[in-house]
Design a protein around this ligand. Structure first.
Ligand SMILES: NC(=O)c1ccc[n+]([C@@H]2O[C@H](COP(=O)([O-])OP(=O)(O)OC[C@H]3O[C@@H](n4cnc5c(N)ncnc54)[C@H](O)[C@@H]3O)[C@@H](O)[C@H]2O)c1
Length: 257
């Protein structure tokens, strides 16, 4: 069976994905700052470098898949959101690309369905994806007030999804695939930290598949999509951003493709 590397596989969506891949018989190497097979804080450069080295040493013959999932929500400082959700996500994918190429593997990134809502700041998305100057991006983040963290979060995830679509043709030329999932609100430690008021606000727009129940999605529902995209069954799928949000995106943007 295959060898998969996952980031943020200790709790929530990452843990559900790790367990599912293990259930399918794969070996899964979890990089996390809490309880990982390799402990690293991926929001800083030393952590990313150490994680890449650990994978290279352990799997010199290559890996079959990468699930780049570690992320923080809008309660984190803006600098951490850009550093972890965007920069670390692509640095890990680019850093492990040679090992993925050896086995014609694939990558799945965890984005968010907030990438299409009106909190996204396209000027920030342009800066992240077009300038690709990390120092400048983090400098910008340090200037953003904490109250705008929702925009920082959705913009970091939009930039990540755009990067996936942008690089996917080149990855395919090398025999690899790269896709993203865009989850809606899901019950995980990230959302369990919400206040009652925040939760009620989030559920103001009901998740269609949960209509009437006031419930979020389950981590396993997102994991099913991630594991599918990471499997050979998805061999024809490249460069997609798969919304796993119970139909919120269709509800809000049914006329747009
Ligand atoms: N829960 C949701 O509603 C939701 C919706 C859309 C997208 N997402 C995304 O899904 C992904 C997983 O989130 P989750 O909801 O399962 O939350 P979670 O907090 O349960 O999982 C995050 C994982 O990342 C790890 N992590 C956090 N900071 C890290 C760091 N600096 N270095 C290394 N590891 C770190 C955590 O230890 C944890 O295992 C994130 O990228 C998140 O943005 C979540």
């Amino acid at each position: 069976m295959g060898v998969y590397v996952i980031t943020g596989g200790t709790t929530g969506i990452g843990a559900a994905t790790r367990l599912l891949l293990e259930d399918w018989g794969h070996e899964v190497f979890n990089i996390d700052y809490k309880g990982g097979d390799f402990q690293a804080d991926l929001s800083c450069e030393e952590g990313v470098r150490a994680a890449l080295k650990a994978v290279e040493e352990r799997y010199p013959d290559g890996i079959d898949g990468l699930i780049s999932n570690a992320g923080v929500g809008p309660t984190a400082p803006p600098e951490t959101i850009f550093a972890l959700n965007f920069y670390a996500g692509i640095e890990i994918a680019e850093g492990l690309r040679p090992l993925l190429k050896k086995k014609k593997g694939c990558c799945v990134m965890t984005s968010s369905n907030s990438i299409t809502n009106d909190t996204v700041r396209m000027d920030w998305v342009e800066l992240l994806t077009n300038l690709r100057n990390k120092e400048r991006g983090l400098e910008l983040a340090r200037m953003i007030p904490r109250e705008q963290a929702a925009s920082v979060y959705s913009s970091s995830k939009r930039a990540l999804a755009r990067w996936v679509r942008r690089v996917s043709p080149a990855w395919a030329v090398d025999g690899m695939r790269i896709n993203a999932v865009a989850p809606g609100n899901t019950s995980t430690p990230m959302t369990r930290g919400m206040t009652e008021e925040q939760r009620n606000f989030a559920l103001m727009i009901p998740i269609p598949t949960r209509y009437g129940t006031k419930e979020f999605l389950e981590a396993e529902e997102i994991a099913n999509a991630i594991a599918f995209l990471a499997s050979r069954r998805a061999s024809g799928i490249n460069g997609v951003v798969l919304f796993v949000d119970g139909g919120i995106d269709a509800l809000m943007r049914s006329e747009r493709l």
